[in-house]
Design a binder for this molecule. Structure first.
Ligand SMILES: *[C@@H]1O[C@H](CO)[C@@H](O)[C@H](O)[C@H]1NC(C)=O
Ligand SMILES: *[C@@H]1O[C@H](CO)[C@@H](O)[C@H](O)[C@H]1NC(C)=O
Length: 369
């Protein structure tokens, strides 16, 4: 057995013992959310055959799809039961070694498409690729071309998610860290990294402007229905931030919602409410770690991904949160035991169904509301 694994196991056990001396709860058990409905296990699975990790999903303006980016770097399109998944686009031209469904060590070569959004006017698909920056591909798909790779002289390091403002002709997008890469996402959390940025790309001038910096794992992005504000999920702090774009508070940031777990992507529904996917609910241990950064740093030096991840979510589960346009929690849907769904990363509401993506699992979940 690898000595690092033994060390991290020892560390986890010791931390757990110290922790339980002061608390009665199991430190690794997710905290129950009041008013939550444990019903997501009834979701149907749409398997992403031969691939894993459909992080984001999107439908085109005809309602076709979904399209999703998977861990081997491809963007796939669902063409119905008969044809199944077909390859729509890629973000890297150097794909000869991109033959494994899950090979994190090759992500910088193969690309790792995360956030996806269609530009309704042109039908182009914009892609936030974690390693290759902001990219775009036409309605017929194929090899995506570069839109932007840096802002204010600092290259993107972990491009994550975006939303498109049709009125302003701009794209708002996040770079989760300027230190760590996507395959090290646990280190962004454990180290207390605060180097993430929110940016704006202007399609007419092709300029990238930094709107916010010093963010703690900025992740999902969603514009409000009237375009007056923009939401940014800050994963490490379990918060959704609101940046005002118009009105008397334009340019100011406030806390829109504090969540019972680590938010990934945020998507608006047709009524202007927001669905937030939690990668994992908070545990007493995770909370303790976030206020004792030395522990997170020590653990991150010792552990491999599996151990680091287990320290956050020993009991895989799924949690979906619906927020009003004022940030109140309207609904919480869960699969508490992870019977069907685990580690969801995005929720898209369409025609009475929730389509749920997952950055780690080999499927998309479809739940009838
Ligand atoms: C999807 O995959 C799961 C696990 O591999 C399997 O049990 C299930 O039958 C699959 N569903 C379909 C519709 O292929
Ligand atoms: C293509 O990827 C391989 C690794 O899979 C790398 O060694 C090689 O340098 C890359 N070629 C180009 C032209 O980037």
């Amino acid at each position: 057995m690898n000595s690092n694994i033994i060390l991290s196991a020892t560390f986890l056990v010791l931390s757990a013992i110290i922790f339980t001396l002061f608390n009665s709860q199991n430190p690794f058990s997710p905290v129950p959310i009041p008013g939550s409905k444990n019903n997501l296990h009834a979701a149907k699975l749409l398997n992403v055959t031969g691939a894993v990790g459909p992080e984001s999903l999107v439908f085109d303006s005809n309602g076709d799809g979904p399209y999703t980016g998977v861990a081997d770097g491809r963007i796939l399109k669902w063409e119905g039961e008969e044809r199944g998944w077909t390859q729509f686009a890629v973000t890297s031209s150097n794909r000869s070694n991109c033959v494994h469904p899950f090979a994190p060590e090759l992500e910088h070569v193969c690309g790792r498409p995360l956030g996806l959004k269609f530009d309704k006017k042109s039908g182009d698909l914009y892609i936030a690729d974690a390693y290759l920056g902001l990219k775009v591909v036409g309605p017929a798909g194929g090899l995506a071309t570069q839109v932007a790779t840096e802002a204010e002289g600092q290259p993107f390091h972990f491009t994550n998610d975006m939303d498109i403002s049709e009125d302003e002709d701009v794209i708002y997008f996040t770079d989760s860290s300027t230190v760590y890469r996507r395959r090290q996402f646990m280190l962004v959390l454990l180290s207390g990294d605060k180097t993430g940025r929110l940016m704006k790309y202007d399609k007419s001038t092709k300029e990238v402007k930094v709107l916010l910096s010093g963010l703690a794992f900025p992740n999902g992005v969603a514009l409000s229905k009237d375009g007056s504000f923009l939401l940014v999920a800050e994963t490490s702090t379990c918060k959704i931030l609101r940046l005002w774009l118009r009105g008397p508070n334009a340019g100011q940031v406030d806390t829109f919602a504090v969540l019972p777990g680590f938010p990934d992507n945020v998507r608006r529904n047709s009524e202007g409410q927001f669905w937030v996917a939690l990668h994992a609910k908070e545990t007493p241990f995770a909370k303790w770690m976030s206020s004792n950064l030395w522990a997170g740093k020590a653990l991150s030096k010792l552990g491999n991904f599996k151990w680091l991840h287990a320290s956050l979510a020993m009991k895989p589960h799924a949690a979906a949160i619906k927020l009003s346009d004022e940030g109140e929690i309207l609904e919480v849907l869960e699969d508490c035991e992870g019977k069907t769904l685990k580690f969801i990363s995005e929720i898209e509401e369409k025609d009475g169904k929730l389509w749920m993506a997952s950055v780690l699992m080999p499927y998309i979940g479809v739940y009838n509301l």
